[in-house]
Write a protein of this length. Sequence first.
Length: 440
Amino acid sequence: MSSEQVVRVRGLGKCYRIYKRPIDRLREFLSPRNQTYHHPFWALDDVTFNVKKGETLGLIGPNGSGKSTLLEILCGTVTATRGEVVVDGRIAALLELGAGFNPEFTGRENVFLNAAIQRIPKDTTEKRLDEIVAFSGIGEFLDRPVKTYSSGMYVRLAFASAIGMNPDILIVDEALAVGDIRFQRKCYRHFNELQARGTTILFVTHAVELIRAHCDRAILLNNGRIESIGSPAEVIHSYLELMFAPDSRRSDVQEIVEIPNQRNRDSTLSGDDSCLDRNTYNPDEYRWGNRHAEITDFVFMTKHGKDPMFLESRESIELHMKNQFNKNMEGLIYGLTIRTVDGVMVFGANTRDRAMKMRNHKKGEVTEIIFRFDLNLLPGEYFLSLGIAQDDDTVDNLAIDRRYDLSHFTVQGDQNDLGFSALNMQIGESIDPTLGGART
């Protein structure tokens, strides 16, 4: 990645005028005393950041946080109220579905129209047309009006047109969510190719796994302002805390957040955190929640014994999670996730999704949750997260005690296969050249 900055944003703000009634707009325009009939809404307020050449930057945040407005300003389709934006390079953008294409034109005509808007010569577009059509997979529909396309066909052609012109900067705003899963996978593989070429990518998504997998940095926008900017892991933690642990925004609950890297036995309300003594404990865990209940211990139980240093591929595991209740509680949810060291989700499950009704508990009670599973993972390094949440009247999946990356464990084995899953594959050769013949 180059140190050259291709996008520079300084003090960016975008204000919209909100009128209660349509006639108020006219009344304001005709007012002899410049009386106002609107109230201002700042979709963006004092946003400042840089993007380096070849960097992939993810934008994440709640609905209405200003993500799409920011991208539209970068593309030049919306004018900022204040601040400065400098973009060095040719931009290709895939914004909301429906933007940029004329529904009356055919797919072919829209490709050329899109290229002309980017000031790309017609002969250059003609040379790249076959590649664009092949990537989109729309085939014979190329010469039909795009108003006859399905939403998936539309976004496939729009994305293929955007990347087919080899832009310096690619901007994507959630539009890929419309495409089918196979096309999405194809697009993200192409992201990797663009990154290798040095293309700068900015994209909006609500999928934290895509941020982990594809981004060098990320920005969390909330209420039009940058709430967090930095590494994907840091920003994702801030986003999850914002979405699922809003206790600090409620007057009746105090938010307690564990500081990473701090091995402190007084870090829990109960003062008893035996997790720190486990062989696979990760001191860089990230923890948050209101601590009305606490995860005070965890232990792997295997055929080789309790709390081993390493786990064996394909072995049957019991994971015991000890919990202490500091308040009377009901509507409880217990969950577990396993991720690779670069944040890719391998497995996740919780009691609510499995329609398991869990017992209510009183203050002072201690309980143990047992997760039983076969560790069908290939040898490698993995992180395990545990959590307690609650079905709250005002907040879905309210965080009680979430311990992300609580355990860093190593899976041992003698296989050199690729990926994460151990499928117990057997490979043989048929002596009969017909499918389904005899096997050796």
